[in-house]
Ligand binder design. Sequence first.
Ligand SMILES: Nc1nc2c(ncn2[C@@H]2O[C@H](COP(=O)(O)OP(=O)(O)OP(=O)(O)O)[C@@H](O)[C@H]2O)c(=O)[nH]1
Ligand SMILES: [Mg+2]
Length: 220
Amino acid sequence: MAFTYLCSLTRAENSMLIREAKFITSNSRADQCPPATLPEYAFIGRSNVGKSSLINMLTGQKGLAKTSSSPGKTQLINHFLINNEWYLVDLPGYGYAKVSKTARATWSKMIGFYMRQRENLTCVFVLIDSRHPPLAPDIEFIDMLGKEGVPFVLVFTKADKQSGSRTQQNVVDYTRKLSETWDELPRYFITSAEDMTGRDEVLGFINEINKQLAQAPNNS
Ligand SMILES: Nc1nc2c(ncn2[C@@H]2O[C@H](COP(=O)(O)OP(=O)(O)OP(=O)(O)O)[C@@H](O)[C@H]2O)c(=O)[nH]1
Ligand SMILES: [Mg+2]
């Protein structure tokens, strides 16, 4: 898999990127999602890693996706339509011990179907808490995406909670761990929903892919 997307936008251009963000649907099945006609970017990761908060930070709307300090807040597949042009998708978390076994099994099945069946899924953002060393549920999930051929990038969240050097060390540890099984490492971003670190980079990345898709020959 190649991760060759470029980010060439300036800060001013990026700040114009989200003119409108609105909630569309919540549902438990990939086949009940909105029509698969627009590029779609999904946020996944362990419960409480900051998926919903990152969506709010990117869109600049604090209450758009529901957040909580307790893991297990997001329980369905949530679609948000951006500028009437593309979707952001908030998903339930995986692998958190404080979430019941039954809920974890249900969500895991739902997420698996969604990842495999959603034909307009353009890129998955796998969120990882930047404070933690490599964790088995994250590595297993990343390996699953690789095996299924789902394009993804990594996002190291909550960078405001520790020093930059500590975050960098954990990024290095993760990439080392992934290089045990991956020839090519995925692109990664470092973010904070608190101080908006990484907003321009993530939005620039999405914008660049959307531009490439719009210019693709079969997209007239
Ligand atoms: N300091 C800090 N706190 C954050 C950040 N992102 C999220 N949080 C906090 O972490 C907690 C979980 O955030 P959510 O966005 O609800 O996490 P989630 O991954 O959507 O969680 P589930 O829906 O339960 O899977 C909340 O208390 C947030 O305020 C961040 O970048 N910095
Ligand atoms: Mg959530």
